[in-house]
Ligand binder design. Sequence first.
Ligand SMILES: *Cc1c(COP(=O)(O)O)cnc(C)c1O
Length: 438
Amino acid sequence: MSELTNKFPIIKDMQKGQEVMWFNLKINHSIPSDLTAADIEDARKRVERFAPYLEKVFPETAEHHGIIESPLKEIPKMKAALETFYEKELEGKLLLKCDSHLPISGSIKARGGIYEVLYFAEKIALESGGLSIEDDYSILADKKYKQLFANYSIAVGSTGNLGLSIGIMSAKLGFNVTVHMSADARQWKKDLLREKGVTVIEYEADYERAVEEGRKQASVDPNCHFIDDENSKTLFLGYAVAAKRVEAQLIRQNITVDAEHPLFVYLPCGVGGGPGGVAFGLKQIYGSHVHCFFAEPVQAPCMLLGVMTGQHHKISVQDIGLTGRTAADGLAVGRASGFVGQMIGHQLDGLFTVEDSKLFQFLSLIAKEEQIEIEPSAAAGFPGYFYTQKNQDYYNRIGQQAMNNSTHIIWATGGSMVPKDEMEGYIKKGNSLKNTES
Ligand SMILES: *Cc1c(COP(=O)(O)O)cnc(C)c1O
């Protein structure tokens, strides 16, 4: 351990539960060859094939004809509030990617989680249901397909939101679905899933254990597909599709991304699939002109620890004496995905940690300033906008001119499914906390 802290002194601050910002000075823009732009395009086309089905069974997706997408919004009042909070003028345009308001399950998991369920359903329907990829997939809502899917089951281990996305989608298609929930999962998520006919198994232990149990139970049933949040390339590609959509949204908003107009993206990170997939997609499109940062809670900086030390999934936050506990659903992860760390870690500009109290403060601020309600995890990206400008070395590497012309996207990863009284409690909590930044 002392060898590790000698090599990476920042770990000493992490062990004290302090907020840290780590810039990746060895950043390298090489793209691993395991997955390519063609794989992302394949995923994009698959979701498009399912759009008529989704439009039919989830009326809330009708506005975008069955495409699960969220707005990319400029948030100037929040920018002003952050300048007051940090007592610093901040450059560039500040946007919020509102995955907090994605249809069907109200979090970024509606990308990867739902995509993997659709992928599995398509495979079965093509192989044994007489479906052809030229068909109008709304026929998948027919009884015939529901009966077919009822022969199969899907299992997943989750801290909450992944279970919500996979449970809702699988149950709708007709699969038997089991969600293995860790102790920190909210009661309302378990209730909602049970209401939809999902089997929820609860564990006293953390996310890692819930996944392990889920994997074990699924392995004895050949008709059961286990969705592996830590290693799934399918899930990862489902998230990566988001990058193509963001590209289109930026073009529509006349926002240029190039060497003189860099793009900064701040993504909350749990096990890594969501932020990793999005960052991977963005890197394919923008290369060195996009600067990606991951945000984690002070007690659960698993990706920072894995990427910085190069030990990836071989090291956990418990190994350095942290608890892995946080109020941020989805981020209470002690060990990062090794697959994601190796795919994207070297391409990140940096990773930073945030105290839970800040998450509540930022979610209150954005509710007040922009009338957008997000959950604690979804607020983790905000400090990044400050850190990239506060750190003089980093700022100089980007250059003043480029920073002036920059665009910053805070990826808001969840919120719209949170029950009203719970959201009011979050906002109240944020309002009661004082700004401790000094
Ligand atoms: C799952 C989740 C994340 C992080 O995604 P990972 O794939 O676990 O890294 C962030 N925010 C919310 C709200 C989530 O549910």
